[in-house]
Write a protein that binds this ligand. Sequence first.
Ligand SMILES: *[C@@H]1O[C@H](CO)[C@@H](O)[C@H](O)[C@H]1NC(C)=O
Ligand SMILES: *[C@@H]1O[C@H](CO)[C@@H](O)[C@H](O)[C@H]1NC(C)=O
Length: 296
Amino acid sequence: MAVEYQQVPSGRRRRNLLVWGVSVLLVATLIAVSASVAVALWSSGPVSSDLLVGDFESTIIGRCKAYLAKNKEDSSKNDCEEVWKAFSGAYLGKDPCEVSVEAYDPLMRAVSERPACDRMLFWSKTRDFVHDFTAKTKCQLTLEDTLLGYMMNDQTYWCSEKGSSVTFTEKGKCPGWDECERNPMKSFWKRASAAFAESACGDVAVMLNGSIDTPFAPDSIFASVEVKKFHSPKMKALKVVLVTKGKDDKANCKNKSLQNLKDALDPRLSYECLEVPQSKIIDCTSHPDKACGNCW
Ligand SMILES: *[C@@H]1O[C@H](CO)[C@@H](O)[C@H](O)[C@H]1NC(C)=O
Ligand SMILES: *[C@@H]1O[C@H](CO)[C@@H](O)[C@H](O)[C@H]1NC(C)=O
């Protein structure tokens, strides 16, 4: 080999040296770049979608514990480590487009919460508005104000892959909400929504959007999952709060889609639809007495 080396023409040797030099420079640049990317990812905090492996688990368990610390009456009946195990067991090791709604059944059994009769509030196409309202008034309660909803709210992506024991939370790795029907996120929200609606008791309200064409959209979780789980006599009435804005309004209580909602309901439930100006609801958030009693 040494002999062969000697035989390398000096021109090629110089070229080799040059290639080597450039490679060293490239590697050094790569190290510097990846180091700064790592620092950027790290400093962007634990709620970013670029979670490092293991962060998702601690985020979810942390949220579970934070919720139970604020809701002491539920804390003795729930163990956050067990809840995490049941939750992750639903999708770990599975193809991210093959996670069924039923895969979350063990999670539903692992969680225990008392239903908030007469205070349950459902929503469709009013997500941010409704959560701002419940966060400020603390009278009504949406799914996202319960343990499971609170744990998973704002977690956009989670999935695993066949044979893997790792959770991914990257957009590129996990399918989007509409990319395939049986993705881990959609199946979770369908299962959790079904359980929340099944527990509905007393007088129940739903906040729908009057600024869109079809306030009761057939493909929404509210229409396709929740309404079907409302049952008398546990539940007594459904009140539709159609949030209106004035000149931007498209639909009112007479809209055909709301007639469809009435028809889809258990006939023993009483039904009422109210058109309520958005400004009135916003006004209620600064008057908790009104918000809890007669905001609409
Ligand atoms: C109703 O829907 C529109 C269009 O998506 C949205 O901009 C608006 O914020 C929604 N209204 C409420 C009260 O959430
Ligand atoms: C009312 O409901 C129907 C059927 O659900 C829908 O197609 C229609 O566009 C809706 N909106 C208005 C503003 O009429």
